[in-house]
Design a protein around this ligand. Structure first.
Ligand code: WTA
Length: 635
C-alpha cells in the first residue's frame, strides 16, 4: 500500500529506485493492492522492445468499469462521481453519484447489447462534452466493446477516415451540441461522414439541442426511449488484461492518422496510479480537467484516472471564453475545485484578458494546478502560478502523449520542487534517456537530446490498429531497444527534464497534435495546387501556428491569392476540421530542392519564423544563400 501514494521527496526517491530496480515487483504490488480482479496474472510483464510487444499482467481477468464504479458503491455510493457544468451558465449543473453512475452506465450497456454490440466490436463516439459521453465510454468498456472517441472538432471527412480505419459498426452522436454562443450540427456531420463509409449499421442518438435533424429510419435510433426501458443493472464482461479497451487516433508526420490501441489492465493500473500522485488527490476533493474527451487527456484524466480513484470529476461542456473570459475561474469558485488541469494555450489566451476576470473570483479551494499538451513558456507559467495558483499551489507541468497512456514525467505536488517550464522528474517506473543523432545515449546533465524511454511501463500503447509495422517503425526503430517519443528534451544540472518540442513533423497547435501530411494532402486537393509543404511557426497564444508554402500549377494563378487562401483553408477545414487552418500562406514557385525532406522543412521553418509580412507574396523561395546556410547547419 505504501508505494501507492507518494508523500515526501525521500519517499519518491526510494519508490523510484525500487520501481526501476525491480519493476515487476513494483507494478505487481500496485496492481495487487489497489484494484479488483476476477483473476490475477501469471506474470507481471513480458516484452520485446524490438518487436514492440508488451504483455502486462499476463492472463489476468478484469473489467475496468468494476474498478471505476462497482467497487466504490459500498463506501462511496452517495459520493458525487461527476459534476456536469453545462455550456450555458444559466442551465443548472447536474450531479451523478457513484450509484447513479452505475445505473446510467448499466442502462447504456444494456441498450448497446440490445442493439447487437458485442465484445471486440468497435464503437465510434462523436459527442459533445455531456454526461452521455462518459456513460457511453464506460458502457462500451462494460460490455467489452472497443470505444473510439473522435474529437468533436474533426470534420465529416476526418470522421469517416477513422470509422473506416477501425471498421466501426455503431456510432453514437447527438442531434447537436453547444459551443459558446454557437451550436454544432453533430448529426449533420455524421450524416456526411456516413456517405463515405459502409461499416456503420446503427446511429444512436442523444438529444441535446432539440434541433431538427434528418432521421434515417432503420439506421438512426433515439437513445432516450430505449434507456428509459433498460434494466438498471448490467453484468460486466470478463476481459483479458490485454484485450483492447480503446482506439484513439493521433496524427503523425506521414500518412493517415494512427489508431493508438490501449489495452485493459496495464492502462488501468497506470492511469490510476499517476492520477493519484500527480494531482495529490484526497478523498472529497473536486477535480477538474478541462480537456475534451476526444483527446487522450480526457480519456485518462477526466474519466478513467479520477473514477478509478473514486474521485469527483468535473465535466465541462463549454469553452473558456463564454459567456466571458472568467468562465474557468467562475466554475472553480462554483464547484470548489481543488485540482485544476488545463493547457498552456488556454492559459495564454486568458492571460491576455483583463486581470479582473481572474481576480474577481474566490479560488481558495485550489490546491494543485496542472498543465499539459505543449511546452508551457515562462510567461504563461508565471501568470498561471501567480494569478490562478496564487503562488500557493504547486504547478505540475505534465509531459506525456497519446502513446504513453498516462503522465510519464511530472513533478509530484508537495514533493518535487517545481521549476518554471520544467516537467521535472520521471514518475516511478519510467526511465527517460536522451539520445544523440548517432544513436548514442547521452550521459550526464545539462544535455539536450532526443527523448526516449528505455523500459516499458504498463500504460504504453500496444500497437497501431491494423498496422503493427508502422508502430515499430514510428516508435521503436530510430533508437533500437528504446521507445522514441518524437520530442526533444533538455536535462538540467540536477536531472530535471524540460521538453523543448517536437523533433519530427508533428505540429502542436493550441495543444492539438496535428501532423503535416494530412494538411498537405488537403491543400493538394485544390485543383490549382501542384505541391505544398506545411510547417509550424511560433504563435503567442496557440504555441504554434501553421504556415503553408504552396506551389501552383501555373504561376499566374496567384493573382487570385485572396480567394485561393480562403478556398484552401476551406478544404483543410473540410478534410480535417477548423483547428488545422493555415494562419499564413505563401505562394511560391517551388519548394527548396534538398537531399532530404527534413532539411527542406528546416529551411521552410527558418523562412516561416523570419516571415514578417502577411501572406500573399509570390517569391522565388529558394534563396540559395539561405539554403546553403541552413543545409550546413542541418548536417
Ligand atoms: C506535447 C497529450 C511539453 C509533446 C497528452 C507530446 C508537451 C505531444 C507536454 C503529445 C508538456 C504534451 N510539455 N510538451 N507538458 N505535454 N506535450 O498525444 O510534444 O495529444 O509529444 O498527448 O504533446 O500530444 P498528445
Amino acid at each position: 500500500m505504501s508505494s501507492y501514494s507518494i508523500d515526501s521527496l525521500e519517499q519518491y526517491f526510494k519508490v523510484y529506485r525500487k520501481s526501476v530496480n525491480k519493476p515487476k515487483k513494483f507494478w505487481g504490488k500496485i496492481a495487487e493492492n489497489n484494484f479488483t480482479w476476477y483473476q490475477k496474472w501469471d506474470k507481471v510483464v513480458e516484452f520485446d522492445m524490438q518487436k514492440a510487444e508488451f504483455v502486462w499482467y499476463k492472463n489476468a481477468k478484469l473489467n475496468i468499469t468494476k474498478n471505476c464504479i462497482d467497487r466504490h458503491l459500498a463506501n462511496r455510493g452517495d459520493k458525487k462521481a461527476i459534476i456536469f457544468e453545462p455550456n450555458n451558465p444559466d442551465e443548472p449543473s447536474r450531479f451523478f453519484t457513484y450509484s447513479e453512475l452505475y445505473t446510467e452506465v448499466s442502462k447504456m450497456a444494456n441498450v448497446l447489447r440490445d442493439q447487437g454490440v458485442k465484445k471486440g466490436d468497435r464503437v465510434c463516439i462523436y459527442l459533445p462534452m455531456i454526461p452521455e459521453l462518459v456513460f457511453t465510454v464506460l458502457a462500451c468498456a462494460r460490455i467489452g466493446a472497443i470505444h473510439s472517441v473522435i474529437f468533436a472538432g474533426f470534420s465529416a471527412n476526418a470522421l469517416s477516415t477513422r470509422i473506416n480505419d477501425c471498421n466501426a459498426k455503431v456510432i453514437i452522436t447527438a442531434d447537436g451540441g453547444y459551443r459558446g454562443n454557437k451550436t454544432v450540427d453533430f448529426k449533420k456531420i455524421v450524416d456526411d461522414a456516413l456517405n463515405k463509409t459502409n461499416t456503420i449499421e446503427k446511429v444512436l442518438l442523444v438529444k441535446r439541442t432539440n434541433q431538427e435533424i434528418d432521421f434515417k429510419e432503420g439506421r438512426d435510433i433515439w437513445l432516450q426511449p430505449l434507456l428509459e426501458q433498460a434494466e438498471t443493472t448490467s453484468k460486466a464482461e470478463v476481459m483479458d488484461a490485454e484485450d483492447p479497451l480503446f482506439i484513439l487516433y493521433t496524427s503523425g508526420s506521414t500518412g493517415k492518422p494512427k489508431g493508438m490501441v490501449h489495452t485493459t489492465a496495464g492502462y488501468m493500473v497506470y492511469v490510476a496510479y499517476t492520477f493519484k500522485n500527480v494531482f495529490n488527490y484526497k478523498e472529497n476533493d473536486v477535480y477538474w480537467c478541462t480537456a475534451d474527451i476526444g483527446w487522450i487527456t480526457g480519456h485518462s484524466y477526466t474519466i478513467y484516472g479520477p473514477l478509478l480513484n473514486g474521485a469527483t470529476t468535473v465535466l465541462f461542456e463549454g469553452i473558456p471564453s463564454y459567456p466571458d473570459h472568467s468562465r474557468f475561474w467562475n466554475v472553480i469558485q462554483k464547484h470548489n475545485v481543488n485540482q485544476f488541469y488545463t493547457a498552456p494555450t488556454a492559459i495564454r489566451s486568458l492571460a491576455k484578458e483583463r486581470i479582473e476576470f481572474v481576480q474577481d473570483f474566490e479560488m481558495d479551494s485550489l490546491k494543485v494546478i496542472g498543465s499539459v499538451g505543449e511546452p508551457i513558456n515562462e510567461e504563461a507559467w508565471h501568470w498561471y502560478n501567480d494569478h490562478v495558483g496564487n503562488k500557493r499551489c504547486p504547478l505540475v507541468d505534465t509531459w506525456w502523449q497519446t502513446e504513453t497512456g498516462g503522465i510519464v514525467i511530472s513533478a509530484i505536488p508537495f514533493v518535487t520542487p517545481t521549476k518554471p517550464t520544467y516537467a521535472s522528474l520521471p514518475l516511478p517506473g519510467i526511465r527517460p534517456v536522451l539520445m544523440d543523432e548517432l544513436r548514442n545515449e547521452i550521459e550526464g546533465n545539462q544535455k539536450l537530446g532526443n527523448l526516449c524511454i528505455d523500459y516499458p511501463w504498463p500504460g504504453i500503447a500496444r500497437t497501431i490498429w491494423g498496422d503493427h509495422q508502422r508502430y515499430i517503425d514510428t516508435y521503436f526503430s530510430k533508437f533500437p531497444g528504446k521507445y522514441f517519443s518524437g520530442d526533444g528534451a533538455l536535462r538540467d544540472e540536477v536531472g530535471y527534464y524540460r521538453i523543448t518540442g517536437r523533433v519530427d513533423d508533428v505540429i502542436i497547435v493550441s495543444g492539438h497534435n496535428l501532423g503535416t501530411a494530412p494538411i498537405e494532402d488537403a491543400i493538394n486537393e485544390h485543383q490549382t495546387v501542384a505541391e505544398s509543404a506545411v510547417v509550424g511557426f511560433p504563435h503567442d497564444i496557440k504555441g504554434n501556428a501553421l504556415y503553408g508554402f504552396v506551389v501552383l500549377k501555373e504561376v499566374g494563378l496567384w493573382r487570385d491569392r485572396n480567394n485561393l487562401y480562403k478556398e484552401i483553408n476551406q478544404l483543410i477545414s473540410d478534410q480535417i476540421g477548423g483547428i488545422a487552418k493555415l494562419d499564413k500562406i505563401q505562394f511560391v514557385t517551388g519548394l527548396p530542392k534538398t537531399r532530404s525532406g527534413k532539411i527542406m522543412r528546416r529551411i521552410l521553418r527558418k523562412i516561416a519564423e523570419g516571415e514578417k509580412s502577411d501572406f500573399g507574396d509570390i517569391t522565388t523561395l529558394v534563396n540559395p544563400e539561405i539554403v546553403e546556410e541552413i543545409s550546413k547547419e542541418a548536417l
